[in-house]
Design a binder for this molecule. Structure first.
Ligand SMILES: Cc1cc2nc3c(=O)[nH]c(=O)nc-3n(C[C@H](O)[C@H](O)[C@H](O)COP(=O)(O)O)c2cc1C
Length: 370
C-alpha cells in the first residue's frame, strides 16, 4: 500500500477522499488516507472556518482542499455580474422550471424558510482563487482542481508553499495539458464516476494516463468502492485511488443531504445514473430522475452554460429538497451507487477497503507465483 505518493504524503494507504463534509475529511485523514474538502459550495469564510476546524483536530495529519476553476463558462474573462448572467436566461427556461415544479406538485417554500443561499457563482476563476488563497493559509498537503488545468500562478503559489497540485481529467489529452502545466497529481476519472465526467471508462483511461504521465503521480477515480477495485487501480499503474460517491452514505455525511436523497441513493442500482447536463450545463453523472429525463426530452428548452444552468434552478432545488419531492430529487453520484446500500461510518469504509485491498494484493501475488 506504500506507493510512492503514499510515502511522499506520509499516508498509511493511498486513498484520497473528495467530500464536501469536513467530518468525512477528518475521519479519512485520521484513518491514514487523505481527506480532500470540496470548497465549491462554501464562501471563502466558510472554507477558512472548516480548515481551522480540521487543523484543530487532525494533529498534523495531512488533508487537502478541492477548488473548481473551469476552463470555460459564461462570462469567463469578462466584466460580469450575477444580474448580467441572469438577464441572459430566456423566459422559456424559467417557464420550463415552473412547469416541472407544477407537474410534480412541488409547493412554494414556507414564509419562515431560511434559504441555504448556496453561492450561484461558485464555478468561476474568481471564486476558485479566493478558495485557493484561504486554503494556502492552512497546513494543507494537496490542492486539487476540477474542470480544467489550474492557472499557472495558482500552481506557482501552491508550490511556493510546498503544496502538491492535483487536477482531474477525463481523457489523455487533458492529462498531458496538466502535466505540461506542472500539475503533480493527475486524477484520471473514468466515465463511471459521480459528478462531472467524460466518456472514457476507467479501465481504459488509467493505463493510458499512467503511460503518458511519466514521473507525474496518477490516481484512479470513478467506480472505486471496495478493496478489490482499489487493487485493480494499483494493478493498472495508479499511485492510489480518488473516491467521491461512497462518502455520501457515510454516517458523517448524511446530514449534508435531504433525507429523500439519502433514501434514493440507498435504493439506487448501478443502472440508475445518467451523464446529464441538467445540473451545471456540463455533463455530470448523477441519479436518473424526472428532472434529468425532462431536460433531455423533446419539450426541453435546452441546457444553459455554467453557471446559468444552476442559476435557473437554484430556488427550485431548494423547494424540491425542502418538500422531499421523490421524482425530482437527485444528486451527483457514480455507478458505484449500486453498492451503497446502507449508512456506514467513514472509519469502517476505510478499514474495509484497506483490509480487502491488502488481501487482494496477496491473492494476486500468489496467482503470479510469488
Ligand atoms: C456529490 C459529488 C460532488 C462532486 N463535486 C466535485 C467537486 O466539486 N469538485 C471535484 O473536483 N470533484 C467533484 N466530484 C467528483 C469527485 O471528486 C470524484 O472525482 C468522483 O466522485 C470519483 O468517482 P466516484 O464517484 O465513482 O467515486 C463530485 C462527486 C460527487 C459524487
Amino acid at each position: 500500500m506504500q506507493t510512492r505518493l503514499a510515502k511522499k504524503l506520509g499516508l498509511e494507504a493511498p486513498i484520497f477522499a473528495f467530500t464536501r463534509a469536513k467530518e468525512v475529511v477528518l475521519e479519512v485523514s485520521l484513518a491514514g488516507g487523505l481527506g480532500v474538502l470540496g470548497a465549491i459550495a462554501m464562501s471563502p469564510e466558510e472554507l477558512d472556518e472548516a480548515c481551522t476546524w480540521l487543523d484543530e483536530r487532525l494533529g498534523g495529519k495531512p488533508y487537502g482542499v478541492d477548488t473548481v476553476m473551469p476552463m470555460s463558462y459564461a462570462g469567463k474573462g469578462e466584466e460580469w455580474t450575477e444580474e448580467k448572467l441572469r438577464a441572459m436566461i430566456s423566459p422559456a427556461h424559467h417557464a420550463f422550471v415552473a412547469h416541472l415544479l407544477e407537474k410534480y406538485g412541488v409547493d412554494e417554500l414556507p414564509d419562515d424558510y431560511e434559504r441555504k443561499g448556496e453561492d450561484l457563482l461558485g464555478w468561476s476563476d474568481e471564486r476558485g482563487r479566493a478558495h485557493l488563497e484561504v486554503a494556502l493559509r492552512h497546513p494543507i498537503a494537496l490542492i486539487a482542481n476540477a474542470l480544467g488545468t489550474p492557472p499557472p500562478d495558482c500552481i506557482e503559489a501552491a508550490h511556493a508553499k510546498g503544496v502538491l497540485v492535483g487536477a482531474l481529467c477525463g481523457k489523455k489529452k487533458q492529462a498531458m495539458a496538466h502535466k505540461a502545466a506542472g500539475v503533480d497529481v493527475i486524477i484520471a476519472q473514468g466515465t463511471e464516476a459521480g459528478g462531472h465526467t467524460g466518456e472514457v471508462a476507467g479501465m481504459v483511461l488509467t493505463p493510458e494516463v499512467v503511460d503518458a504521465a511519466g514521473d507525474t503521480y496518477v490516481l484512479t477515480a470513478g467506480g472505486i468502492g471496495s478493496g478489490r477495485q482499489m487493487a485493480a487501480a494499483l494493478a493498472l499503474g495508479a499511485d492510489g485511488v480518488w473516491m467521491g460517491s461512497v462518502w455520501l452514505t457515510t454516517t458523517e455525511h448524511v446530514e449534508y443531504h435531504a433525507p429523500i436523497v439519502i433514501e434514493k441513493l440507498l435504493e439506487a442500482k448501478s443502472t440508475d445514473t445518467v451523464r446529464s447536463r441538467a445540473i451545471s450545463g456540463k455533463p455530470a453523472r448523477q441519479l436518473k430522475t424526472a428532472w434529468t429525463e425532462a431536460w433531455a426530452s423533446k419539450e426541453s428548452p435546452g441546457y444553459l452554460p455554467i453557471p446559468m444552468m444552476w442559476m435557473v434552478q437554484a430556488e427550485a432545488a431548494e423547494r424540491i429538497y425542502h418538500h422531499g419531492n421523490k421524482p425530482l430529487a437527485g444528486s451527483p453520484v457514480g455507478q458505484i451507487v449500486g453498492r451503497m446500500n446502507e449508512i456506514v461510518p467513514t472509519a469502517k469504509v476505510m478499514s474495509d477497503i484497506i483490509s480487502e485491498c491488502k488481501a487482494t494484493l496477496k491473492r494476486m501475488g500468489a496467482l503470479g507465483g510469488m
